[in-house]
Design a protein around this ligand. Structure first.
Ligand code: PAF
Length: 297
C-alpha cells in the first residue's frame, strides 16, 4: 500500500512482537515509510484522522490497539474502558490501515518486566498531579511501542495536549529517530472533543460537557481581543464552568505551551488546558491562546 492509494482490504492483524517485526521489516524492505498510530482502541474519527494522516505520508500504516494497564490508577476506569475490537478492525479496514498490532498484556509486560520511564518536566503538572503514575505508564508503553514498531513517523492527537508534550520530551531525551506529527483535535459538530470516554455520558451529561469547549472558546476570543491577565481569565472561566450543574472542574490552566508552567500574563502564545468530571466521566480538552501582535513602535 502506497501513500494516497485507495483503501486496501482488511489489514493484517498480529498479536506478537515477532510477527509485527516481520511484517514491518517486509514493508520497509519494499521501500515503504512506516507510520505508527498508537491507540487504546474504541476508535472514533479522532483516531481515524491519524490513520488518514499516516496514509497520506507513509506507505505502511501500523495501528496498535492496547489498553495499557500501567497508565490507569487504581481508582480509574481500566476494567470498564471500552473494548470494541471488531468494530475497530472494521473501521481500520475501511480507512486502509495496513497492519494492526493487538497484543495481550503479557506480550507487552511479560512476567518479570520491571523497567519504567520516570519523567519530570512536562509530566509533572496538571494531569501529572491529578493522575499520579499516568505519564509513567504512557511514556513506558509508548517507548516500548516505538521500539517494537520502529516507525519513521508517529501520529498523536492534540486533544491529549500534555501527553503530546510528554512524548516530544521522550523522543528528545532518548534520541529516538522518529518524527512526531501532532494532529488537530477532531470535534463533534457541537464542539465536544471526540474521546473514547464520551460514550459513558448520558444525554444530559453530553449536553453539560459542552461547557468545556464553550469556556475554551471564550478564553481564545478574550486573548485574541487583547486580554492579558491570566489570573482574571482563569477566574472568569471557572465561574462559567461552575454555572453548569453536573460539571466538576479538576483544573483549568493557562500555561506556557512548551513547559506547561502556569502563566500570570499572556504576552506570548499560550495554551488553556481543562480537566473536569461530567457526572462520573473525566474529560480533558485544550485550546491555543494567541494574543494579538504587538503594535509596531
Ligand atoms: O492516547 C492514548 O490512547 C494512549 O495514551 C496511548 C498513547 C495509546 C498510550 O497507551
Amino acid at each position: 500500500m502506497h501513500a494516497n492509494s485507495p483503501p486496501a482490504a482488511a489489514p493484517v492483524v498480529v498479536d506478537h512482537v515477532a510477527a509485527l517485526r516481520a511484517a514491518v521489516a517486509q514493508a520497509r524492505a519494499a521501500g515503504r515509510k512506516i507510520g505508527l498510530v498508537p491507540t487504546m482502541g474504541a476508535l472514533h474519527e479522532g483516531h481515524l484522522s491519524l490513520v488518514d494522516a499516516s496514509r497520506g505520508q507513509c506507505g505502511c500504516t501500523v495501528v496498535t490497539i492496547f489498553v495499557n494497564p500501567a497508565q490507569f490508577g487504581p481508582q480509574e476506569d481500566f476494567s470498564r474502558y471500552p473494548r470494541t475490537i471488531e468494530a475497530d478492525l472494521q473501521q481500520l479496514a475501511q480507512r486502509g490501515a495496513d497492519l494492526v498490532f493487538v497484543p495481550g498484556e503479557s506480550e507487552v509486560y511479560p512476567p518479570g518486566h520491571c523497567t519504567y520511564v520516570e519523567m519530570q518536566g512536562p509530566a509533572l503538572p496538571w494531569e501529572g498531579v491529578c493522575r499520579p503514575g499516568h505519564f509513567r505508564g504512557v511514556a513506558t508503553v509508548v517507548l516500548k511501542l516505538f521500539e517494537m514498531v520502529q516507525p519513521d513517523v508517529a501520529y498523536f492527537g492534540r486533544k491529549d495536549y500534555q501527553q503530546c508534550c510528554v512524548i516530544e520530551q521522550l523522543v528528545r531525551d532518548f534520541n529516538l529517530p522518529i518524527e512526531l506529527r501532532i494532529c488537530p483535535t477532531v470535534r463533534e459538530a457541537d464542539g465536544l472533543a471526540m474521546s473514547s470516554r464520551n460514550r459513558y455520558l448520558s444525554s444530559d451529561e453530553r449536553r453539560q460537557a459542552l461547557v468545556l469547549h464553550r469556556a475554551l472558546q471564550h478564553a481564545s476570543q478574550q486573548v485574541a481581543a487583547g486580554m492579558r491577565d491570566a489570573v482574571g481569565l482563569r477566574e472568569e472561566l471557572a465561574t462559567l464552568i461552575a454555572a453548569e450543574p453536573g460539571v466538576r472542574l479538576q483544573y483549568l490552566a493557562i500555561a506556557d505551551p512548551r513547559s506547561l508552567a502556569e502563566l500570570s500574563t499572556i504576552d506570548q502564545p499560550a495554551v488553556a488546558l481543562v480537566a473536569a468530571y461530567v457526572g462520573s466521566t473525566r474529560l480533558i480538552d485544550n485550546e491555543p491562546l494567541l494574543p494579538p501582535p504587538l503594535p509596531n513602535r
